[in-house]
Design a protein around this ligand. Sequence first.
Ligand code: IMP
Length: 463
Amino acid sequence: MTVTIVGSQLGDEGKGGVVDLYGDAADVIARYQGGDNAGHTVVEDGTEYKLSLVPSGAVRGKVGILGNGCVVNPKTLFEEIDTLREKGLDPDVRVARRAHVILPYHRVLDNIEEDVKSDTDIKVGTTGRGIGPTYEDKAGRRGIRVGDLLDPEVLRKRLEYVVPQKRALIEDVYNVSLADVDDVIEGVNVQDAFDVSALFEQYRRFGERLDEEEMTVAAGKFLAETIDEGGEVMFEGAQGTSIDIDHGNYPYVTSSNPTAGAAAVGTGLGPTTVGQGEVIGIVKGYLSRVGSGPLPTELGDIDDQTGGTGEGKEDEIASYIRDEGGEYGTVTGRPRRVGWLDMPMLRHAARANGFTGLAINHIDVLSGLDEVKVGHTYSLDGEELETVPATTERWERCEPTLKTFEGWEDVDWDVVAEEGYDAVPDAAKEYLDYISDELDTPVYAIGVGPGREETVVRQNPFE
Ligand code: IMP
């Protein structure tokens, strides 16, 4: 039995809390895509840990796997592991030998490309972690894999091939002098980032440490054996369906597939294994977005709200939701754009992922509003659309047809979490029933606060 956790919107739906909650019953938690662009906060014994790579389950005594579909920055990985160890924890993290490695030049290229695009409407607003350039090299068959770090001869050969290309790309294509980018990117020594010997030494040592600590695995084999021995496996998607490279609003997407199909490809198990289990869509009761791209149900204008001049009703609601929901990026600290729930986006996600259950989060954040709205359908060129158009240009022109729900009062959500579904305010229940009916999927859990205890659990997919 496996359970796959997928973001059904734009990332930041509160997947971490659900992984934490249901992950209790799992033996192994495997991430199948993304890298240190993700951010999750884990609270253990009253201490808060902000993690971007170490799977949250690894803090709770589970085996955490970074599957072959992930891109791994070893520097981030070891920094996170060392911080956790300093606090007395002993995370058990294994990394797929087939996963690709983020090198410093990927980060430099990510930042330069965003800079070059800054005056255009195709700037993505990436996290600057080198995610896109690393997946580009993977697809371009010039990437370096985790297994290569353990073989100095292969590592050197790969670096000797690729590094001069990267240097030429920066100097001759982007026309940027490396001296000018120095010190711009935190934690990256730009000169060393394009020096084969410096990279070789640093990454060979990462390989040695991965080997000494027996952290590398053939992920598919490891997971298949776990399942054969009766173990429970959870797949943890990062980001969300609308920023999936295939199913999201391209080009404002991340460079991997957060959708459920990638749980198979990104770990080395078959779709039949993933498909026999449950796929839980994580939904936030409203929308938030870091970075560019269409957001038809957006409330007001982020520049007005963060510039302090936003006085309209929509700006006010957006600021209220942003502050109540702590809508600031975990990795970047950027204030997020905010919008009403978008049903065309969710119908698209339900089909692309095949959800068997939903966890709907942040219902507490919306409390206190007089009314809560939802983008029920879109209207585009005189047509009514139930789901999102396949091109972003059309998506951008969609006008939401809003449906209004009565707001619900702010209550003691800890009590609601303790007493269960019956204690959820009636108006909120109506909202949840609407989402469930539209997506034809049962609601398994309702998030009413940031901690895993602050969840109303109606069903545990592992039971
Ligand atoms: P990248 O993944 O850093 O290349 O960024 C590509 C897009 O995905 C940008 O719009 C980012 O803001 C967005 N993104 C990446 N990771 C996350 C995440 O964990 N939550 C929300 N958005 C993300």
